[in-house]
Design a protein around this ligand. Structure first.
Ligand SMILES: [Zn+2]
Ligand SMILES: [Zn+2]
Length: 147
């Protein structure tokens, strides 16, 4: 089990079982919402995710195109949100307490990354978003059935 929380700590959640690997999205929307070169995130199966406290402090923003960001209304940290198909959660990796044994397994939307953004690691990268199966195969935890 590993815990995660927002910057102010009002919102907490925990993940059970094996952690999936991280993917980084370098698209222009993820850059805006993270204020950085990319969003580093995990896709976590619904049964493995649990809110601990603070769900009532979550605010939500959606663009006209449907890109959604949930964030802490007190400190502004992005927080996990339920995937459209409701099979799991999108979890910002930077909220987790020191994850062990996970690495960045895929870079997506590198075709539109910032010019100053350098991909430090040698792993799979995709100009846009690969199909869901391809991404899931790269980031799934090795020891378990997943999605
Ligand atoms: Zn907060
Ligand atoms: Zn993105």
């Amino acid at each position: 089990m590993i815990k995660g929380n927002c910057l102010c700590g009002d919102i907490e959640f925990k993940l059970n079982g094996d952690l999936p690997h991280i993917y980084q999205c370098h698209c222009s929307l993820c850059r805006k919402v993270s204020g950085s070169s990319s969003n580093s995130a995990m896709l976590v199966k619904i049964d493995a995710f649990q809110w601990v406290c603070g769900e009532q402090y979550i605010s939500s923003f959606k663009t006209e195109s449907g890109f959604k960001s949930d964030f802490c209304s007190r400190c502004g940290s992005p927080v996990p949100n339920l995937l459209k198909n409701a099979t799991g959660y999108w979890v910002p990796a930077g909220l987790l307490d020191e994850p062990t044994n996970v690495s960045v397994a895929a870079h997506v939307y590198v075709g539109s990354k910032a010019r100053w953004d350098t991909l430090g690691e040698n792993c799979e990268s995709f100009a846009e978003m690969p199909d869901q199966e391809t991404l899931e195969n790269l980031i799934r935890p090795r020891s378990k059935d997943w999605f």
